[in-house]
Design a protein around this ligand. Structure first.
Ligand SMILES: *[C@@H]1O[C@H](CO)[C@@H](O)[C@H](O)[C@H]1NC(C)=O
Ligand SMILES: *[C@@H]1O[C@H](CO)[C@@H](O)[C@H](O)[C@H]1NC(C)=O
Ligand SMILES: *[C@@H]1O[C@H](CO)[C@@H](O)[C@H](O)[C@H]1NC(C)=O
Ligand SMILES: *[C@@H]1O[C@H](CO)[C@@H](O)[C@H](O)[C@H]1NC(C)=O
Ligand SMILES: *[C@@H]1O[C@H](CO)[C@@H](O)[C@H](O)[C@H]1NC(C)=O
Length: 188
């Protein structure tokens, strides 16, 4: 009897855990947004045969101070059935594309960290309308052009790290209005 209970108990636990981790999936429009973002960045290895919020199959990889390959989601929406992307952290991933224009299609995105890649081109002024952003790091890429004043619209931004790129021009005075900023690094 006890044995039977243990067996049934185990089956129950396995079923429920499986449902908990696999039940929620990324919102469809965000899957499309990630496909487009991956293409623009030159990201290899994102396997859309699996849910990007599965935390497996290369979507959340081992990360260290220098290396990271993670898409992090919040899956608590609609009674834990819908996920939204909250972080994209791709450090030292050999990305050699450009920055995507369409972060707006990830309305819950709080952090984008593309540290130490080979990204070139400019920071799109459109990033200034992704108002959920709290943290941006583009440290150590090949970005050029002016730092857009539109970034001053990111009222919740606490960290903006743009060091070691090839930016030119003057720093927009508007950035002085970022009232929550704690870290602002621009050396090049
Ligand atoms: C949320 O999900 C739980 C477990 O699946 C279910 O029991 C509950 O009725 C759901 N609540 C709503 C508001 O749908
Ligand atoms: C990046 O390229 C270097 C040199 O080719 C390679 O050793 C490294 O494994 C690559 N890193 C990733 C994450 O692909
Ligand atoms: C970015 O680099 C690619 C090749 O690596 C080059 O073709 C392109 O012109 C560069 N773009 C800019 C804006 O520098
Ligand atoms: C900014 O942060 C506050 C407090 O955490 C939050 O209520 C608000 O929704 C955030 N604004 C945006 C645009 O995400
Ligand atoms: C900063 O914000 C204040 C109040 O919103 C505004 O009057 C001022 O013009 C802004 N300064 C800059 C440089 O954008």
């Amino acid at each position: 009897m006890l044995f039977l209970r243990l067996v049934l108990g185990s089956i129950f636990i396995v079923c429920c855990l499986t449902t908990l981790t696999n039940g929620a999936t990324l919102a469809k429009d965000e899957v499309e947004a990630l496909k487009s973002i991956g293409k623009t960045l030159g990201k290899a290895g994102w396997d859309f045969g699996f849910d990007p919020c599965s935390q497996r199959h290369g979507w959340v990889d081992q990360s260290t101070r220098y290396y990271a390959n993670n898409v992090v989601c919040d899956c608590s929406f609609n009674n834990n059935t819908i996920c939204h992307v909250v972080q994209i952290v791709l450090k030292a991933q050999n990305l050699s594309g450009t920055l995507p224009l369409n972060l707006n299609n990830l309305p819950f995105l709080q952090e984008i960290d593309l540290t130490r890649n080979y990204l070139n081109g400019t920071i799109p002024p459109e990033w200034g309308s992704s108002t959920g952003l709290i943290s941006i790091s583009l440290l150590g890429n090949r970005l050029t052009g002016q730092i857009p004043a539109e970034l001053a619209n990111l009222r919740n931004l606490t960290s903006l790290v743009l060091e070691n790129n090839g930016f030119s021009g003057i720093l927009p005075a508007e950035l002085g209005n970022l009232s929550k900023i704690e870290q602002l690094l621009f050396l090049s």
